[in-house]
Design a binder for this molecule. Sequence first.
Ligand code: COA
Length: 267
Amino acid sequence: MTDRPTTPPDLGTEHVRLAVHDRAATLTLDRPAKLNAVTPEMSRALVQAIEWCDSTDDVRAVVLTGAGDRAFSAGSDISELDRYATPWEFRNRVDYCDAIRAARTPVIAAVNGYALGGGLETALSCDIRVASATASFGAPEITLGWIGGGGMAAFLSRAAGPGNAALMLLTGERIDAARALEWHLVSEVVAPGELLDRAREIAAVIASRAPVAAETAKLNLRAAGNLPEDQALAYERDLQTICFATEDAAEGRRAFAEKRPPVFHKR
Ligand code: COA
């Protein structure tokens, strides 16, 4: 694929950066002095960034990472939490984990350090997770007297199993990257200097695939985890039929027959 620089929108904050090359976006939480803790302003920027990535065929995969070498994200900015006027206002906040999960475009977390609280939930909300050997993972909310609310229990127990999730949720203690790999929180652990390259390599492969098929694969995976089996199987057959009917699937079959790489147009 040729190098195609694309200009992303102004996200209204210096603490979230979005760059696009070759149909792969890199979305960076850029507040390293605060371990990339997420403010409401950053939440809104993440929503905007994801919506833009979904809206353009210039982006077919997203890498989400943190700036600096200490943190992916230490979660919600604790100092901002007292600013909500009421618990209801807090409940109805713009949630960055919801934003990541709402992405139709595949998202790969490149976990480069602490993934704590909302930072862990953010990583778990991505489709694929790659970690540096120096990354660590934890749900420290209980040390602050509360619990996570961005899908923590559901996603952590699904990834690590209920017992391991309980150990993390009830103690608030961190696990290292090797343990995270053993517990299936991440797919791969690489040297810190190789993390972004590896995540971008995965993104580039996904970006080269048929985008409608990639989006439907995401829907299908979610359905497989949430629907009763018979409904999940029926839904999968319908999604497969939708893909089957696309121009890109016809191109895939044609390219195979002609022994050449396919060119997909998201149609
Ligand atoms: N919200 C707001 N600020 C945060 C933060 C968060 N979640 N996590 C870290 N920071 C800030 C610290 O307040 C500090 O700011 P300062 O330099 O202005 O004092 C800066 O980031 C660096 O963190 P610091 O605590 O000094 O680093 P450390 O190496 O001593 O400890 C942690 C690292 C991750 C163990 C510690 O920062 C921590 O426990 N953070 C909170 C994690 C958390 O509970 N997340 C869930 C939130 S609901």
